[in-house]
Design a binder for this molecule. Sequence first.
Ligand code: SF4
Ligand code: SF4
Length: 760
Amino acid sequence: MSRYIATRAIRGANLIVKEAEQMLQAALAEYGPDQPVAFTNTAYYLPVILGFTGIEVAKLGDMVPVLEHAKRLLHPVPHGSLWLPYLGETLDCGVATLLAEEMIEGIRFVRGEEPQKITWGGSYVPSTSFTSPDGTPAVGDRLNGPIDDIQLRAWGIQLVDGRMPGFAAIVGCAKSNEVAVQIVRELQKRNILVFLCGNVNGRSIIHQLMEEGVEMGYDTYIIPFGTDTIAAIYPLGFATRSALTFGGLKGGQAREILLYNKFRVFAFVLALGEVDDLKYATAAGAITYGFPVIADTVIPEILPTGITRYEHVISMPFDDIEAEDDLERAKKLVQRCIEVRGVKVKVTEIPIPVPYGSAFEGERVRKADMRVEFGGKYSRCFEYLHMADFDKVEDGKITVVGPGFDHVEPEGAMDMGIVVEVAGRKMQKDFEPVLERQIHYFINGASGIQHIGQRDIAWIRISKAAAEKGFRLEHFGEILVARFKADFGAIVDKVQVTIYTDPKKIEEWLAVAREAYNYRNQRLADMVDESVEEFYSCTLCQSFAPNHVCVVSPERLGLCGAYNWLDCKASHQINPTGPNQPIQKGQCLDPVYGVFAGVNDFVYQNSHQSVQQVSMYSIMRDPMTACGCFECIAMVIPEANGIMVVSREDPSMTPAGMTFSTLAGMAGGGLQTPGVMGHGKYYLLSKKFISADGGFKRVVWMSSFLKETMAEELKAVAEREGDPDLLEKIADERVATTVEELLPFLEEKGHPALTMEPLF
Ligand code: SF4
Ligand code: SF4
């Protein structure tokens, strides 16, 4: 351990704990001990404090024992003549620093000072999930603040399946705006989440990116937390909550939480610019999580491993990096960070003139920034993938039939059809829709290109910036050929792409495509649990939730919403020893509840003997387990003789007296809790949706988000259930957030659940 680092970290820790103490005293005097304290949209209180101490800080007064704890962890600054190992002391001080920083953020929330106001001018336009690129996002003068539980869960699946390898916490300010952008782009290309905080002399990398017009927000994987070092507590809160949410750990299991992070959360700290005492102290805290620190300035290094898997602290002075120019230096810096943390990164090189990676999936292209669009209001666009005879497909061939977009006026529209032909010995007709759905993700990965919808309602935009860099129609082909071969090489041997802009050809192919869509719709409708011999398992999430098994059947998709039966079947072909295994249904023990001998055996074995029996179609008896990133939670409301369904996107209070985040703690963790169940939102449309308990008619309350985003599909369900007005009888958060409000609403509307057989 370097004495220099120890000295500075310990000094920083002593100062920040003192500051937290003064702030707490002042806040207690002003607001009193009962003043509520909370971060936004989280069920984990102040998460770092919860993780380290088990203390659930909900009021100012709850911070008093935390402060005492932090003070006990402090050590005096080692003086010059003493030579002792300081690692333990330094790390203790690191933890004390984190506790103090989180208390400070909590107090700032009380004072309305968090999320932070943007300093240095400008405003923050967060990117948000969207269905239309022309909706106006909220523009604010405040930064992101802590990540909410909804987003954490939404990212869960990408973290487990490896699409998102980890996160980088960047603290400080880059050498220039250009370098700042390059560093972030390099990380985005690798799908690494970028968390930003800190400053050097008041100027932060957040300012640099704002000035360069870089889109920040959840969708672009760039989260600006705050422009001081204290905001670095948010990435560590995110790491702690990963362990609590996905690892099934509880507050206070500090050691387990830290080990979980060391081995499963691939994160590192990149310190840009001068490192002061507080940064050293905070870095010491990050090291306890196993996160190494890389600095672009001269600081002493700590090379031995132990707490982290590789080196603890690396110095890579920016100007000394051997390279042609600063941009290349930035590249090398990021490469080094990735090596030090041992992040596994799979990059598929795509020969197109714009950056590519799934971090660009969420970017939107607004009308004013758009060069040309295909589909939407003013033109048509479709995409169609089908298998073809082996010798009819010329591998890698890309053809554009018709004119390019150079003749279209800026911000104009034109028709386009994308036809992908694939061939492969293991390819099956049933996999066509599985592969076709990927077109959306593949195309969206290009920076400056935006893709919405699918089939014949696809809607694609090319930004002016991308067009200026040389992006043309054939590049859609390059993307699709490269990605299908990289991701589906096991079933796809040859890929050929034709892009049609010629009006006659579009008509012809659209007719062919529509026939195929109809055929597929019919095929899906005919596919019921009874019509197949095997279901599929999904144990992808076991890397986070060791005892959880999803059983995926034709009529019930995985709870994350990302895997249906056909997806699992295709994935099994691609990777026969992977997480999706066929489960022979075996003897049907109960057709109503959906209990199968084969399913029970499989689940028992693969849940490490923790789950003995699963009812596929019931919430009341042996419901399927869930881990963390379910799209919806269904829960029984006994008073209404029905269930409510709350979606992940809905932050409001529910009639169960809990928000989604709080409920998620009950539904998750790989446990069976009768009456509570996590599920994918499309399961709501299935005939087998809790069919043993009365089916969809049991739904008495549902988040308006679901009602609105699935309006058409739910209407069809209501008709199928023989009650076309059923949706109007179902309450949502706009009319009822308590049972007392819910019951009169149901009475007035004559909801069928009130007269159904009692649930209990
Ligand atoms: S289907 Fe289930 S186990 Fe598989 S990724 Fe989704 S939630 Fe996880
Ligand atoms: S379903 Fe569970 S284990 Fe899987 S990604 Fe989500 S939270 Fe993780």
